[in-house]
Design a protein around this ligand. Structure first.
Ligand code: FAD
Length: 376
């Protein structure tokens, strides 16, 4: 066992909570500081690929996931009018051969409940003001006026990470030229699996979240990242579906409440290896924020916490453990970020009719998801 007995995690999102669970399970005391005063996880759902389901299982939360989420065994690819192009079985990660879907708020609640049950202390409305590596530890001053020392500090504070800014300097996410629009709806009976629709101008999809609900999404090119008027989001989202027919078009007609439209310009970021300085480590989106084209961001954030929990069991100096962490995490996360960015590039070229023949986005998706089934 390493000398890491007490850890401060900055950020109580998917990555931070998963890390807290993984560490507490190994007997390491985890404390979380979370910037928000109250949880404010946005509506709509999240896709959990089979490696994410495997990671959730390792956290001991499969039963909780299955009680609220939903799973499917195939990915259906259709054209803009809903005609089937092909269907493929979802790749298996060990015994996990399905893709999951769950509302984000529910996933967060499951992770939160587990972290609390295991004894994680969470301080809301609090963040770090000062972070300093000291001999065999990290000294922190927090915005609630307290200070303390920890054996390790984990920055899990998302794509706009303050820990990254304080410790690694100015490394900013980059807007990729696309945005995604999402909206939750009742689940039509015929939707059993994830369905993707490829149009000339946009890619859209239906994602099952629970047995009764889905969310629909559409990815659009947004050169210059224009601001969208919040009270018009429902109209603009409906308009984005103009070229589509069939089921997805019918569903898009139900988009009626601008407040329920979740519009996100897409950003990417990959911090160079290593993601640590002394005893301060970045995980999740603070180190590797990916566009959602492979639906892997949450999966790799959860995996970070699991791998760290395993490695901290080893009787090694912290520096060696963090080096091993990078060996197990960097290439895998880089692969997700880079292949996702390739998909963005190809989709934008396709839009202009400039995508060279032979560059097949679906092939990258299939190869990438297969690769992600490899053990971590
Ligand atoms: C449009 C979109 C769709 C996506 N869909 C999928 C999908 O289907 N499947 C998938 O696997 N991934 C998906 N992702 C990626 C996934 O959402 C992220 O990778 C994942 O949420 C990362 O978790 P995290 O804990 O690192 O960051 P976050 O979930 O962003 O959590 C960060 C936490 O830190 C808190 N925080 C922020 N600043 C501070 C601070 N200074 N101090 C303390 N706390 C702070 C935040 O309030 C938050 O609670 C998607 C991403 C986008 C943008």
């Amino acid at each position: 066992m390493s000398d890491v007995k007490k850890v401060l995690i900055v950020g109580g999102g998917i990555g931070g909570l998963a890390a807290a669970i993984a560490l507490q399970k190994k007997g390491i005391k985890a404390e979380i500081v979370e910037l928000q005063k109250e949880w404010n996880v946005y509506g709509v759902g999240i896709i959990l690929q089979s490696n994410a389901l495997r990671a959730i299982d390792e956290l001991g939360l499969t039963e909780e996931f299955l009680a609220s989420g939903t799973t499917g065994s195939f990915l259906h690819i259709r054209d803009s009018q809903g005609n089937m192009i092909f269907e493929a079985p979802t790749p298996s990660s060990g015994k996990f051969n399905k893709t999951g879907g769950i509302p984000r708020r529910v996933l967060h609640q499951i992770l939160y409940n587990a972290a609390i049950q295991l004894g994680t202390k969470i301080r809301m409305g609090t963040t770090v003001e000062v972070i300093k590596n000291i001999d065999n530890g990290v000294y922190v001053e927090l915005t609630d006026g307290t200070s303390g020392t920890y054996d390790l500090l984990i920055g899990a504070d998302g794509v706009k990470s303050k820990v990254r800014k304080l410790v690694f300097g100015d490394i900013e996410p980059v807007f990729v030229g696309q945005a995604v629009w999402r909206y939750s709806l009742n689940r039509p009976k015929e939707v059993e699996n994830i369905i993707m629709f490829y149009g000339q101008k946009a890619k859209a999809g239906i994602i099952p979240m629970t047995k009764d609900s889905v969310y629909i999404f559409i990815v659009t090119a947004e050169p210059g990242n224009p601001r969208k008027p919040e009270d018009q989001l429902h109209i603009l989202m409906r308009e984005a579906f103009k070229e589509f027919g069939g089921l997805i078009a019918e569903l898009s007609e139900q988009i009626s409440d601008p407040k329920e439209v979740i519009y996100r310009p897409l950003e990417t970021l990959l911090v160079e290896n290593p993601w640590y300085r002394g005893r301060i480590l970045l995980i999740g989106d603070s180190a590797h924020a990916t566009v959602p084209h492979l639906a892997q961001g949450a999966a790799i954030a959860i995996e970070d916490g699991l791998v760290l929990g395993q490695l901290l069991q080893q009787d090694l100096p912290v520096e060696d453990i963090l080096k091993k962490f990078m060996n197990r995490r960097f290439d895998r996360c880089k692969f997700v970020v880079e292949n996702s960015n390739t998909l963005v590039k190809w989709e934008l070229l396709q839009l202009e009719g400039k995508l060279p023949k032979g560059n097949e986005p679906n092939a990258i998706v299939a190869q990438s998801l297969m690769k992600m089934t490899e053990p971590i």
